[in-house]
Design a protein around this ligand. Sequence first.
Ligand SMILES: *Cc1c(COP(=O)(O)O)cnc(C)c1O
Length: 380
Amino acid sequence: MNSIPPLDLTRQYETIRDRVNAAVLDILASGRYIGGSAVDRFEERFAEYIGVPEAVSCNSGTDALFLALRALDIGPGDRVITTSFSFIATSEVITAVGATPVFVDIDPETFNLDLDRVEAAVTPDTRAIVPVHLFGRPVDMTGLMAIARKHNLIVIEDCAQATGATWEGKKVGSFGDFGCFSFFPTKNLGACGDGGAVTTSDRALAEKIRVLKNHGQAGRYNSEVLGINSRLDAVQAAILNVKLDDLDGWNDRRRAIANRYGQMLEAVPGVIPPRDCAGGRSVWNQYTIRVEGGARGESRRDRLRADLQKRGVSTMVYYPLPLHLQGVHRDLGYRKGQLPISEQIGNQVLSLPMFPELSEEQQDRVVYSLKDCLESVAIG
Ligand SMILES: *Cc1c(COP(=O)(O)O)cnc(C)c1O
C-alpha cells in the first residue's frame, strides 16, 4: 500500500500541468526573466484578490515581513508584540530590524494570539503587533484592530499560511497596515520556488516597499535609504497567475476535507480536532489536531506519530519548540514555563495529511490508522 504524505505537490501539478508549462515556456521565450508583465499582472490580480489597492511582490514571506517592518521604521527601542507559537520567520525579522519581540501566549482553541494577553502586554515602547493567521485560521481581526487603535499601534499581519482566509467576510491581509504573504511551495498558494508579497491600502507605504526591495533606489542608481534585493521572478509570477485562478476551488476542497476530518474525529477520546472560529473562515493550510496525554517527559503525540508512520501515514509537527524558547532569542530572557499554553500545545499538535487532492479513501485510511494507533498508545 502506498504511504500517504502530509502533502503532495505532484498531484496538484498534474491538474494544472498544461497551463503551467505554457506559462513558463512563454517566459523562457520572452527573454524577460526579472520583472515584466507577468509580475505586474500578478501584483494587480493579487491586490484585487485580497481586496486592497496595492500588492508588492518580493522574494519570500520572510522578506515581506522584514520589508513591512522597515517601511514603518520599526527598529531599536521598539517593542513588537507577537505570538510565541509560529514559524521562526515571524520573530526573526523583528530581531533583524533591531526591535524587541514580545511573545504572548495563545488561545488553545485557535492556536492564535490570545487577545486579552495582547492588550496586557502593551507598554509605552510598544509600536506594533504581528498577528499570525496560523495554519490558515484567521485571528479575530475585529478585536485585534480595536486594541491596535486604542493604543495607536501598527499592525502587520503574517498571512503566510492563510491566502484567502476571511474574517467577517474580509480577506486577511486587508485589515492591518500591511499583510505579508509567502508563496513557498507548501503554502496554500505556493509557487515552484520562493516568493512573497506585501499588501496594503496605503499607496505611499506601498511605494516605500517598492523602494526598499530595490536596493533603496528611488530612481536608477540613486539609493537614498538602505534597501535589499528582493524580487518575485517572472517564472514564479507566471506560475502564480495560473494558480490564482484555481485557489478558491482548492481552498473549498480544503474546507470540505477539514469538515470531513472533523466529523470523523468527533468523540475520539484523547483527540481534539480543530474548529473554525465563529466569524472566521479558515483555508486549512494545515489540519492540526491536539493529542492529549503522555507520561512525564514523553509525549503521547510522538508515539502516535511514529506508529502512524509505520502504517504509512506521514504526519507533521508544527511547531514543537515555541519561539520564546528558541536559542536565537535566548538573550530576551524567557524561561521554560513562562508561556505555558504555547509550550503545552507544542507537545500536543499533530498535523494530518491535508492537500486539496487528498482522496476520501486516503482520508479514511488516515482516520482508521489514527484510531487504531490511539488504542495501542496508552493515555498515560
Ligand atoms: C512560511 C512562513 C513564513 C516565511 O515565509 P518564507 O516564504 O518561507 O520566507 C513566515 N511566517 C509564517 C507563519 C510561515 O508559515
